[in-house]
Design a protein around this ligand. Structure first.
Ligand SMILES: Nc1ncnc2c1ncn2[C@@H]1O[C@H](COP(=O)(O)OP(=O)(O)OP(=O)(O)O)[C@@H](O)[C@H]1O
Length: 643
């Protein structure tokens, strides 16, 4: 069976491990900037919880006085008021404990959700800011799981785990201190039980941390698989690969289940130890306490108070496994969150942005070399290309020659490795990114639409501050140029919400909306990455005709995979093996450039195969004579790769 597509392959989690060196406290302290505004309420919650524990620890002391006082042999008849006073005090302490627990919940719940929301927004903002190169490397599911489940874990820890941890430690320390102070040896015997508990807790923490990280990473991989399989559901169904996708998903889900089981087993074994040890210690203390009371070294009241105190302390000790695992899950979530949040953005605004030049739309690539981060060799090498203001240039080359890569350098979606891209005489790296992207609009071959109305999708690049009437005009014109008249016939016209990623529309309809979006932005420079590939001949001709009208005055770089797209251009640049090897009019290049002839004949071959207009049928480019079209190919290229 053929291997499954990458849609269901496990994905790497970059930049995940250096954080492993940090201690858990140091890792969790990284949350401080987010927690700081909520700190008063969190501290208030802790104080309330601590108050509740102290109230619970005070009850045994009252019991001791009750047993040794009003309830003691011989004192029962005389001291009724002391008895009722003590009972009243126990009741008051019980009520205070309940009230403080309620206060703790109310105090901590709100900041927990607030911190989660703020952290989620910070992550989303950073993801928006990070360059395309980052998103090339990171799987969507890993980002999704970090912004959803990891932050959910953190909120639960903030609301419950953190307070519980601090209060448990304080309760145990104060409680054991009281035991030692009031019962001497008996208290020390109970304290001895803390030694194995501490050792076990530390060993558990070391082991559990590794499993927790694995589990959260695997959950991210699983989310990636779900996301990609849903995204690619049509392909999987069309190729009958649904079963394989399911098998692959099942394998991943099974791996996650195994990890979750290991987690649960580890937690269960620590829970057993943390339950057994205090209970055994208690049993030893029971025997010892009874002997001491029998010998008169301990009053019955002290013994009663001892056991009532142990009952208060044992709760946090038994829950320690759960509190620790919550804390370690939170620590892993913090590591995973900061893996992304601390990824530096190499593609930033300059400290002192240059003023944009006279807005003509003159683009110049000077000696540009570009290599993708993870690639061994550059895609583009020493590219020089001049796009005079207001001209339309077609970029032509074999598949994989680097056309889309070059196009992405113009709006600075990637930075050049060396050389420079200039917009109206200013290096785009010296301009604010917002200025560059306002000046340069792109329509990609694979159009991305959002789950929003047609209007919102088309007006995405339009300044929000423009008057409504102007926006309406831009919308209408852009839809008209892109021949997207179908929009008016949608159920609610341009207000119709299009489904996720525009999948409720046909490929050609999506492409026309993406084209309309680029046109509506009224950029100085328009980059069209094969924007008409999904259109039929008649629609393409209509779009081409209208485009030529509106492109007048706009500098346009159009990546052409079809002869009729070349027809849009004033001139053509040939990209071969990452270099611009020729620039000229269509007819000049046909006459002088063998590679161009080969590329064009391939394009025409493809176009004929798909019933798409060739250059002979397409509207002629303004200054392109038809001479030389019948030139034959060079033999060595005629047998080469197809487009
Ligand atoms: N994000 C990326 N990371 C690494 N390599 C990439 C990336 N995108 C593209 N490449 C590689 O860069 C080269 C040029 O790709 P590009 O998409 O620019 O070619 P193209 O000329 O536009 O191709 P086509 O005509 O098929 O669209 C290819 O070898 C491709 O594998």
């Amino acid at each position: 069976m053929a291997p499954m597509p990458s849609a269901v392959a496990p994905t790497p989690t970059p930049a995940s491990l250096p954080a492993a060196e940090r201690s858990t406290v140091a890792a969790l302290l990284r949350l401080m900037p987010f927690i700081r505004p909520a700190l008063p309420r969190i501290v208030g919650g802790m104080a309330s919880a601590l108050g509740a524990s102290l109230a619970a620890l005070a009850i045994p002391r009252v019991l001791q006085h009750l047993v040794d006082g009003p309830l003691a042999e011989g004192a029962r008849d005389q001291d009724a008021s002391a008895l009722w006073g003590a009972i009243g005090l126990v009741l008051a302490l019980g009520l205070a404990e309940a009230g403080l627990i309620l206060a703790r919940r109310n105090l901590v719940m709100l900041p927990g959700t607030k911190v989660e929301a703020v952290m989620r927004m910070a992550l989303f903002r950073h993801l928006q800011d990070l360059p395309v190169a980052f998103h090339d490397r990171w799987a969507g599911g890993q980002l999704l799981s970090r912004s959803m489940s990891d932050l959910g874990l953190l909120r639960r820890w903030l609301v419950f785990g953190l307070v519980q941890l601090v209060v448990s430690v304080a309760t145990v320390v104060v409680g054991v201190g009281l035991l030692v102070a009031t019962t001497g040896w008996l208290g020390l015997v109970y304290l001895a039980g803390a030694v194995p508990v501490t050792v076990i807790a530390f060993r558990f923490a070391r082991r559990y941390r590794v499993i927790a990280r694995r589990s959260q990473d695997q959950a991210g991989d699983l989310a990636t698989t779900v996301e990609e399989s849903v995204h690619g559901i049509r392909v999987l169904k069309a190729f009958g690969r649904g079963r394989d996708a399911l098998d692959s998903f099942t394998g991943q889900a099974e791996r996650l289940r195994t990890t979750e089981l290991a987690k649960a087993r580890s937690q269960a074994s620590v829970n057993v130890a943390l339950t057994l040890i205090p209970e055994l210690t208690l049993a030893v203390c029971l025997v010892l306490g009874a002997l001491l009371a029998h010998d008169g070294q301990l009053t019955v009241g002290s013994l009663t108070a001892f056991f009532a105190t142990v009952a208060v302390i044992n709760g946090p000790v038994v829950d320690l496994g759960m509190t620790l695992s919550m804390t370690l899950n939170a620590r892993t979530a913090v590591d995973r969150y900061f893996d992304v949040l601390t990824t530096a953005n190499p593609l930033t605004d300059p400290a002192e942005p240059a003023a944009p030049g006279e807005p003509h739309g003159h683009v110049r690539l000077r000696d540009v070399t570009f290599r993708y981060d993870d690639a061994a060799v550059p895609v583009l090498e020493h590219v020089d290309l001049d796009l005079p203001a207001g001209t339309t240039t077609a970029l032509v080359g074999l598949t994989g020659s680097g056309k889309s890569t070059l196009a992405m350098l113009l709006p600075r979606l990637y930075d050049v490795t060396s050389g420079s891209v200039e917009l109206d005489g200013v290096d785009v790296r010296h301009l604010r990114r917002a200025d560059v992207r306002q000046a340069v609009a792109v329509a990609f071959e694979d159009p991305t639409l959002f789950s929003a109305s047609v209007r919102d999708n088309v007006l995405l690049g339009v300044d929000d501050a423009l008057p409504g009437a102007v926006k309406e005009e831009l919308l209408a014109e852009a839809l008209d140029v892109a021949q997207a008249h179908f929009a008016a016939r949608l159920p609610q016209g341009v207000e119709t919400r299009i489904g996720e990623e525009g999948l409720s529309l046909s490929g050609g309809q999506r492409q026309r909306l993406a084209l309309a979006r680029a046109i509506a932005a009224r950029p100085r420079v328009l980059v069209l990455d094969d924007p008409l590939s999904a259109l039929d001949v008649a629609t393409e001709e209509a779009v081409t005709g209208r485009l030529r009208e509106v492109l007048h005055g706009t500098t346009t770089l159009v990546i052409a995979h079809r002869p009729s797209t070349v027809a849009l251009a004033d001139r053509v640049a040939v990209l071969q093996d990452g270099r611009i090897t020729a620039v000229g009019t269509h007819s000049e290049l046909l006459a002088t450039d063998a590679h161009y002839r080969y590329v064009i004949s391939s394009l025409e071959g493809d176009a004929a195969e798909h019933g798409i207009g060739t250059l002979a049928e397409a509207p002629a480019p303004p200054d392109a004579a038809r001479d030389g079209e019948d030139e034959t190919l060079h033999d060595d290229e005629a047998t080469g790769a197809r487009l």
